[in-house]
Design a protein around this ligand. Structure first.
Ligand SMILES: Cc1cc2nc3c(=O)[nH]c(=O)nc-3n(C[C@H](O)[C@H](O)[C@H](O)COP(=O)(O)OP(=O)(O)OC[C@H]3O[C@@H](n4cnc5c(N)ncnc54)[C@H](O)[C@@H]3O)c2cc1C
Length: 423
């Protein structure tokens, strides 16, 4: 007896694999679709290690479209369908030095005119909200290079956090409700190529992927989606397919103490709710975790941070001490001496060209990769684009009705605008 052949096999049950599997099933309910992961349940890879922020504040119109439609889906799932995603909207307060604020002002004013829920603040507005907590012109820390002064900030309101695991689980649940099947605890060691005639590869014949193989067996399918996150290059490189992304470690540190408590309890933001604070240097950000009076600090370092797969990345105390703390304490002196309550590390699958996801098809393989640090907040839109690419459609309608040309996220014919607001 030969193994059953699935119409579609989706490898990876992170938020992007779950979203893609759901949208493939939604678009083509007669398809037999198998979603697989090596973990015992969805969202146990880097989706679980995310800081889980979302925002629609982007300068690239592609990013805006992907994120704002996905945020509208979050509201729908929680508000209309009553499925608790742990959604909290507290906004982003993105502080900038004079050069950055001057450069971005025209773009930000344009976004505001076109309906983005944002406000541009000058120094006096920042002072009114953050009072004595903030140092506008910090001294250079540790006698090193200067930290830029605070010229103002952008308050973006359509932003906050949610539970990425609940979100991925919701996509997976809807996928199964439509008849999709799952197999967990199956580690794929390799994708098996063959000629389209069903035997060994010959250079003059077209090839395709026929199956995935691991210690637990083999699954055949007509078409595949690879959404294996940071593992994607190590699965595709042996096949000679370039995913165009590289894994890189990112870290998060939960800081507590008097300074963090004071910021939570004594600020001028509406309702006293602290937003995400982005400091003007190096994109260091602080996510408020009000229930624990904690600020979760992160920073995306590039030069000196090697690329490479690390299946069990660990947070580095030196990175916090030497890179993050000097910036946080420079702008927020009350944070000196804050203690680390929690910390973790995960890996981005980074697209180093433009920071946007890649969704493309090669042979019978759809690749969904490169979500970098924004895979959660763009998940529904990326899933829709990936499903459309997989089903050979040229465009897709995002949740909010925006029509997107799927080639925009591909390799050939790629069209994504420049993004100036990356952290
Ligand atoms: C520290 C940190 C902070 C972040 N903060 C944010 C944020 O604030 N907002 C945001 O939107 N995004 C954020 N991100 C990015 C976000 O987490 C990712 O973009 C998103 O989770 C990617 O989802 P994914 O499905 O592609 O990957 P994953 O969640 O990693 O899913 C890939 C799945 O594939 C499975 N898999 C891989 N290889 C195999 C194999 N060989 N066999 C079987 N299964 C396999 C894995 O088990 C995994 O479940 C952050 C990431 C990190 C690390």
């Amino acid at each position: 007896m030969t193994d059953p052949e699935w119409d579609t096999l989706v490898l990876g049950a992170g938020v992007l694999g779950c979203a893609t599997a759901y949208h493939v099933m939604r678009s083509d309910p007669d398809r037999s679709v198998l979603l697989m992961d090596r973990n015992p349940r969805p969202a146990q890879g880097n989706t679980r290690r995310s800081v889980a922020l979302f925002r629609d504040l982007f300068t690239s119109s592609t990013n805006q479209a992907l994120a704002s439609s996905t945020i509208a889906l979050f509201d729908h799932v929680e508000g209309d369908l009553g499925h608790n995603l742990g959604l909290k909207r507290f906004g982003y307060y993105w502080m900038m030095d004079p050069g950055k604020l001057d450069d971005l002002r025209p773009v930000l004013e344009d976004l505001e005119r076109h309906g983005s829920d944002l406000e541009i603040h000058d120094r006096s507005d920042v002072r009114a909200l953050l009072g004595d907590h903030i140092e506008f012109d910090p001294d250079p820390p540790l006698d090193r290079g200067p930290l830029g002064s605070v010229a103002g900030a952008v308050m973006a309101r359509n932003a906050g956090t949610l539970s990425p695991s609940r979100l991925a689980k919701w996509f997976e649940m809807e996928f199964r409700a439509l008849g999709g099947r799952v197999e967990y605890g199956f580690t794929v060691d390799r994708l098996v190529p063959e000629s389209v005639r069903g035997n060994g590869l010959r250079v003059w014949e077209d090839g395709r992927v026929a199956a995935v193989e691991g210690a637990s067996g083999r699954h055949r399918a007509r078409e595949f989606v690879v959404a294996a996150g940071a593992m994607t290059p190590s699965l595709l490189d042996p096949l000679g397919v370039d995913s165009h992304v590289k894994p890189r470690t990112r870290q998060a540190f939960g800081l507590v103490g008097e300074g963090a408590t004071a910021l939570h309890e004594d600020n001028g933001f509406p309702g006293g709710q602290l937003p995400v604070i982005v400091l003007p240097s190096a994109g260091v950000y602080l996510k408020p975790v009000g229930s624990q009076r904690m600020l979760l600090a992160g920073c995306a370092d590039d030069l000196g941070r090697p690329f490479g797969l690390d299946e069990d990345p660990r947070p580095e105390v030196e990175f916090l001490r030497d890179q993050i703390r000097p910036v946080v304490e420079g702008y927020l002196p009350g944070m000196r001496g804050a203690e680390v309550k929690v910390s973790w590390a995960g890996q981005y699958h980074s697209n180093t060209i433009d920071g946007n996801p890649y969704v493309f098809k090669e042979m019978n393989l759809t690749v969904v990769a490169g979500a970098s640090g924004s895979g959660i907040m763009k998940s529904d839109s990326i899933g829709r684009v990936a499903a459309a690419v997989h089903l050979d459609e040229r465009s897709t309608e995002l949740f909010d009705g925006h029509l997107m040309n799927v080639a925009d996220l591909g390799i050939k014919g790629r069209k994504v605008g420049p993004e100036a607001l990356i952290i």
